[in-house]
Design a protein around this ligand. Structure first.
Ligand code: FPP
Length: 248
């Protein structure tokens, strides 16, 4: 089976999962963390090289204070419990987003977790935290404009590669496959630049119900997709279809 080299996931539906059970929303997020554990382990076992999870969006700061606080606590607990598992499985932790807005203790714990896993050579797990794609692109443009104002870059030298190099995702390949749970068919300000040619997959399953089995089902669907990158089918088959994905 061809695996996506880089799988990105919008984990959605924790709140609805809880509501359906008459539970507070935070219990949906708690269950969501359990699913994160299982999916991270499954992706690493399958041999996926990059996994990126949309864990907290820029817009999520607008949620009720107690929900934001609870999500921050869940994140801290997740890091405390999971870094040893990451080390065991060779997983390297990475973070994208405007992390300067995170509470100091969480930001410190994140920095330490990234540092502790820095030399791991297996899957790269990227958590998108306080992340919004328009914000990421805006920050990148500011950096390029400053470089131009200092005379370090000429406007005509600004290329797609130069822009990509200023994004938080520098060093990561673009996602090959994006999964969004809970039936919403939106990108919600996630990786807008990087998703240009990504295959999109939407499932009705709410994130707390998403299982390793359903992940494999989604990956089978990825195998049936024909990725053309704007070329004709004939051109792509000459180049060797799906060369971005590793054969496993
Ligand atoms: C969407 O559900 C999910 C989030 C806003 C946060 C995702 C967070 C987790 C899965 C847990 C924390 C993650 C880590 C890595 C520790 P929603 O609340 O928008 O659901 P709804 O649309 O049904 O209300």
């Amino acid at each position: 089976m061809y695996l996506p080299r880089h799988l990105a996931i919008i984990m959605d539906g924790n709140g609805r999962w809880a509501r359906q059970r008459g539970l507070p929303r935070i219990l949906g997020h708690q269950q969501g963390v359990e699913v994160v554990r299982g999916i991270v382990e499954e992706c690493s076992k399958l041999g996926i090289s990059w996994l990126t999870l949309y864990a907290f969006s820029f817009e999520n700061w607008g949620r009720p204070e107690e929900e934001v606080e609870a999500l921050m606590e869940l994140l801290a607990t997740y890091l405390r419990n999971e870094v040893p598992t990451m080390l065991k499985h060779g997983i390297r932790l990475n973070v994208i987003g405007d992390t300067g807005r995170l509470p100091g203790a969480v930001a410190t714990m994140l920095d330490e977790s990234v540092e502790r896993t820095r030399s791991q050579t297996g899957m790269v797990l990227t958590l998108a935290l306080s992340y919004g794609a328009r914000d990421e692109i805006t920050r990148a443009m500011r950096k390029l404009a400053s470089a131009a104002a200092r005379g370090e870059v000429e406007p005509e030298d600004i290329s797609e590669q130069r822009i990509a190099a200023q994004l938080d995702t520098v060093g990561l390949p673009d996602p090959d496959f994006l999964i969004r749970t809970s039936g919403e068919m939106r990108i919600s300000n996630f990786l807008l630049w990087q998703l240009a040619y990504t295959e999109l997959y939407f499932t009705e399953t709410l994130w707390p119900d998403f299982s390793p089995d359903q992940l494999r089902q989604a990956l089978h669907e990825y195998n049936r997709r024909e990725r053309r990158f704007g070329l004709t089918a004939e051109q792509r088959s000459k180049e060797g279809n799906q060369e971005e994905g590793g054969r496993h």
